[in-house]
Design a protein. Sequence first.
Length: 384
Amino acid sequence: MLDHIRQSLDRIAEKDRMRALKVAQLADGGRIMRDGRELLDLSSNDYLGLARHPLLTETAANFAREYGAGSGASRLITGTSAAHETVDARIAAFKGTETALVMASGWQANAGIIPALAKAAPTTAIFADELVHNSIHAGCRAARADVHFYAHNDAEDLERLLTTRGAGVDARIIITESCFSMDGDLADLPALNALADKHGALLYVDEAHATGVLGRGGAGLTADHAGAALVMGTFSKALGGFGAYVACSALLRDYLVNMCPGLIFSTAPPPAVLGAMSAALELVPTMDGERAHLAKLSQRMRDGLQGLGYDTLGSASQIVPLVVGSEKDALALGEHLLEAGIAGLPIRPPTVPKGTSRIRLALRSTLSSEDVDLVLDCVSTWRR
Ligand SMILES: *Cc1c(COP(=O)(O)O)cnc(C)c1O
């Protein structure tokens, strides 16, 4: 076994796809400390700078002092405290849904909810956008269901699959992200809502990157385009903390409480995490100014990169891909940025499709226009 493991790692290295963990520490002003240097942070997902916000850190500490370090059991046994119920209710109010449930992580939510849903009917077909996150792939693989991937953001391809592959099954689920994690483009939710209605499918939307940043009051794109039966999102990105939520009807909530393994067999999120969630839910609706600034920075970055001749794909959010193509070029550009004090880390396959290795630039409301211009200058010298 160990020989195979060594050979596996060798093959990864040969393809310039070797990855390793590096110590980093978020700092103020959109900066990050890495290898003893302060870098401009365009790689973390702390889009609103909430990870170090005093209201989050203090509320987290207060919750820990008051309620303890752990929750003691899964939510189904004794792990649901009054604080969990309060946060559940606040998420439902934030998302405009009947109910919500706090879960341990977004990865765990997708990996557990999808197979749980697919179990409800004798036969289920899942239709997922080809660019969905790894955790959705994990959920689809674990589900006893036929899984069909439609061309990215292509409603026509989805309709073709629903018609040809969706007719002979008992139930259908459509899965998309609202803001795609690696391309930063947005799903056409009205079109997906219409297709879900027409074909009797349940629409499942992952708002990991939209929550806090997009939609009315930062409540995500489903807040502007209602219709999805089930919306999940995370507290780990713009909301600055950790953990996930699912927002849905009381019917679906009851079903998940009975059928979702990640909820039933995993310990409930601890008090400190709930404290940070609670503080983020208080702050996020008031941050329209930060969201407008972030949108402006993102547009400036896209305009600048396109002016330099780079493809930013369909980016329409704070995530701006700078696509260079090969793994080698992405690594080299990442190094060039690092030398200039910029953390713009290369993203390579299998995270993104082959030939689309990129620097994924994640803008943050704590950056300035000058910061964006610094990145553009640096990319420009690289281009030359
Ligand atoms: C990050 C991410 C997740 C996982 O969320 P965590 O809370 O970090 O586990 C799920 N879906 C998408 C689209 C993501 O980008």
